[in-house]
Design a protein around this ligand. Sequence first.
Ligand SMILES: Cc1cc2nc3c(=O)[nH]c(=O)nc-3n(C[C@H](O)[C@H](O)[C@H](O)COP(=O)(O)OP(=O)(O)OC[C@H]3O[C@@H](n4cnc5c(N)ncnc54)[C@H](O)[C@@H]3O)c2cc1C
Length: 432
Amino acid sequence: MAESDFEAIVVGAGCAGSVAAYELAKAGKSVLVVERGNFAGAKNMTGGRIYAHSLKEVFPDFEENAPLERKVVHEKISMIGSESCFTVDFSSRELEKEGQDSYTVLRASFDPWLAEQAENAGAEFIYGIAVESLLKDENGKVYGVRAGEDEITAEVVLLCDGVNSLLTKEAVGYERPKTSQMAVGIKQVIQLDEETVTNRCLANGSGEGAAWLFAGDATHGRAGGGFMYANKDSISIGLVATLSDLEKADTPVYQMFEDFKKHPSVAPIIRGGKVVEHSGHMVPEGGLGMMPELTADGVLLAGESAMMCVNLGYVVRGMDYAVAAGMHAGRSAASALDFGDTSKSGLSCYVSALENSFVLKDLRQFRNFPAFMEHTSRLYNEYPKMLGDIFNVLFVVDGEPVKPLKKSLLPIIKKVGMMNLLKDVRGGMKAL
Ligand SMILES: Cc1cc2nc3c(=O)[nH]c(=O)nc-3n(C[C@H](O)[C@H](O)[C@H](O)COP(=O)(O)OP(=O)(O)OC[C@H]3O[C@@H](n4cnc5c(N)ncnc54)[C@H](O)[C@@H]3O)c2cc1C
C-alpha cells in the first residue's frame, strides 16, 4: 500500500482529541486533527468544571497559562421543591490542594487553548470539515477518513468525536444507546460583573468560586438535575434530564429550564445578568454498561465517543476522563507506530493503560449507579419534597402550640415510607 498521508489522524478537537494530538506530536509523529466546528470548542459544551489532576499530568504548569475561570473552593448540593431548597454547603482547604483542585472553564476559550498546545507541539488542524466515514481495507482495517470529496490516509485513526459519534458504529460495531442511558443538557452563560459573581457565589476572592448542583424541582421531579458554576464574570447555569424520563414529562425541557431559573434559590444569583451563550448537548449517563469496544484494527476511541462520563448527581465528570483517555490514546498510538503495528493487538496497550488508570477503574466502580438512579425516581420528587416539609416543621414559627417533633416528622417520613428510605440509602451506598 502507498505511504499514508499522516501517521495519525484524530477526529475531533475537544478535550480528548487535542490532548491525543499533543501527545502524538510530542512523540514526533505526523498528526492531523479534523474538526467539524470552525474552531476548537465551537460546538462543544460542558456544565462547567474540570478536575485538574489529569490536565496536570499532561501540562504540569497549566495553571499559569490555561484560560481557567475560577478555582472551585465551595461545593453546594441542593434538593429543591417548588418553593423550598435544602442545601449542603461544603468548603474545605482540601478542595484547593494541588492535584485535588478543580476549575470552572468555558469551552469557547478552553478548547482553543488545548488545540494551541497541540499545534505548538507540531500537530496540524483543519476546521470546518466533518469526517463522514472511515476508510477500510479488504480486511476491515481502518486506514484513513473520508470527508466530503477528500480521502486522507493514516496508519492509525483516533476517534475523539464526542457523544454523538457517527463513526463508532463503523469502527467497532457499536449500536446507538438506549434513551435511559442518555440525557439532554441545556445551558446558558449569564454575564454579570466580576464582583457580583464573587459576592453571590460566596467566594473569598475573584479567582475563587462555587459549584452548585440541584435535584428535584429543577427537572420538575424527573430524572436529572440542575447545575450552576461561577465563572470570572459570568455564571454557567443549566440542567440535564434523562431522555427516557423526559418522554413521560408533561413539561418540555426548555420550560423546565426557564422555571429553574425562576426558582427562589436560583433567581437571586442570576438576577440582572445577560444571557450571552445558549447551548444544548447530549450527556452519556449509562457508564460502563454503554461503553463500546475501545479499539479495532487501525482505530481507537477516547473520551465521550467511548461514553467515558460519570454523572453521580453530586459530581459530574467527563472532561478529566477525556483528557486522561486522550493522553493514553496519543501515547499508545505513538508506541504502536514505533512498533509498526497498529492492528487491534498492536493497540491493546491503550486498553491496558486505561485499565490501570482511574478511567476504567472508576467506570467499573460506578457500573451499577446508572441503574440505581434510573430506578430510584424518589430522588427527584419525593425526597426533595420530604426535606422541604421537614425543614418547614423545624423553622416555621406561627404562634400555634408546638407539637412534639416526632409527631410532626413521622407523618412526613411515612409518606415516603421508612422502608423505601432505608432501601434507597442502602442501594445508593452499594452502587457507589
Ligand atoms: C450539560 C453538560 C454538563 C457537563 N458538565 C460537566 C462538568 O461539569 N465536568 C465535566 O468534567 N464534564 C462535564 N460534562 C461532560 C463533558 O463536557 C464531556 O465529557 C467532554 O466534553 C467530552 O470530551 P470529548 O473530547 O470526548 O468530546 P467533545 O468535547 O464533545 O469533543 C468532540 C469534538 O469532536 C467534534 N466532532 C464530532 N463529530 C465530528 C466529525 N464527524 N468530524 C469532525 N469533528 C467531529 C466536535 O465538534 C467536538 O469538537 C458535561 C456535559 C454536558 C453536556
